[in-house]
Design a protein. Structure first.
Length: 76
């Protein structure tokens, strides 16, 4: 189903609150308690390659770009 089809279904369900509640209940994203999708990069929103040490909370690509500004040194 394309995005426009979901928008059409959502606008049609706005007139029917009970069916809208059921649709949202069964189609909402799953709540995560662990795993890769639980944490996102603070800067770009990526899920993979996440650096959590020292409370950085960035993906590795963003860390390479702004690591020097944060006070980290490159040793090679």
């Amino acid at each position: 189903m394309t995005t426009s089809d979901y928008k059409k279904a959502f606008t049609q369900l706005k007139a029917k609150p009970v069916k809208l509640a059921k649709f949202l209940k069964h189609n909402k994203p799953k709540e995560r308690s662990c795993g890769k999708s639980l944490r996102k990069c603070k800067r770009c929103g990526r899920h993979g390659g996440h650096i959590r040490k020292y409370g950085v909370g960035l993906c590795r690509q963003c860390f390479r770009e702004i690591g020097l500004d944060l006070g980290f040194k490159k040793f090679s």
